[in-house]
Ligand binder design. Sequence first.
Ligand code: ZN
Length: 515
Amino acid sequence: MGAKLSFRLLSGNLDGIDGRIVEVEVDLIPALSSFVISGLAGQGIRESRERIRSALENSGYRYPDRHRIVINLAPATLQKDGAVFDLPIALSILAESGQVPKEPFKNWAALGELALDGRLRKVPGSLGIVSALRRVKHESVLVPAENRSDARQVGGIRAEGACDLREAIAVIVEGGAGTGFDPPEMDTVAGQKLAPDLSDVRGHAVARRALEIAAAGEHPMLMVGPPGSGKSYLASRLASLLPPLTGQERLEVTQIHDVCGLHRESGPVRQRPFRSPHHSVTWAGLIGGGSPPVPGEVTLAHRGVLFLDEFPEISRRSLEALREPLEMGEVTLSRSRFARTYPAHFLLIAAMNPCPCGGSGRLRRSATGGMRCRCSTATLAAYRARVSGPLLDRFDIRITMETISGASLFEEDGPDQESSSDVSVRVELARERAFLRGQQGSNRQLQWKDRQRWAPLGSRAKKFLIECGEQGDLSTRGLTRLLRLGRTIADLRAGNRIEEVDMIEALSLRGPGWS
Ligand SMILES: [Zn+2]
């Protein structure tokens, strides 16, 4: 290009949930009026011309007609989209056209969408973008007023907010204070109370115990029971059994909420997510998709719980796609031009009816004379075939829901049930034991080949496992899952060695498996 130095201002864009720094470069060349953007700009950016022109004129500035406005977004390899560059482009045009001095912009970065009247609109993903600017030790960033509280969570970088273009200029050029909306801090205790608690659950001793084990070892869990047997009720309490989010996890979850534009009260997300998409969820809705790709339920459930009710009704393709996030803790969405990776580390809990008619299945006829099964043998077989052996096998824990007896509904008269916080203390201690063994991840990820290190067995436990292998014709994979469960159960009772009693309980959590 020519020798003339163009005006440059830092901004940023999203790549997955992380921010990437983008340099906005603007040149004004006397010529027929035109507006050219280069650097892998998506539709949202290419439509910025009218917003910028209108915002400048409605804020009392001049749009440089009779100029060719050349905008370059670098690096050119990064796909960019959204309206986040409206503000830096508008500011650059003002500086480059001499309407405001250039000098004060030296240490600033800017991001924000412009409304036609010059107001600044909130943009998704500011947390990630400001974090990226902080990583390169950039000094100051100007964001829309509504993004300021997110931007200030990052720390280590001065973040100012502005309501409109005029205020943005005032902050940068005149050193004004700027504005921002800082909603009142949500009371942590009050916030915690919103999550359903395990103490509300009557009966269900087996399921309660299974939830505790699932939470401790991150074991995927499947509940089989007729409608109304309390599957959703129990599943919605699983997130409350997990230890509190660590600082890093909180940042990750907040960043995802920010990118997806999910409503939240204020400040960082404090509770582990609980997502329960309807069984009609599309593949893209579950895994993520679109162009540019947006996160799906597996990412929204990151560091929390993904509950899939009516499991066999979900499309086979969607279910198969769960394999990657379950194994890798992340999901990569590829489009023709680019790929994006989103975090997707979640605890999976699923539920299904014993049969499609909503009855209680042939084998488990309701004792109380409730809904009887009307399914034919063929219907039943087809239903069960939808949840294939390998898919079913992915659930470390598979339990059949107990039918709640009339008496247990009145257990309020008895001693109080344990609360979620009681159980989560044990869960945290069990996880700590795994950490002290030097494990990188949870017990769910333990490998058979390393079992000498993580699974010292008592002699009777070893005999039990060998018998399981011989009688139940369990594959190595099946035995591994059994051993992982035994490991978690031993951790929950603070045992170093896995004993026979742990293995017996582990085996009891492995049915029913039709394959
Ligand atoms: Zn039926």
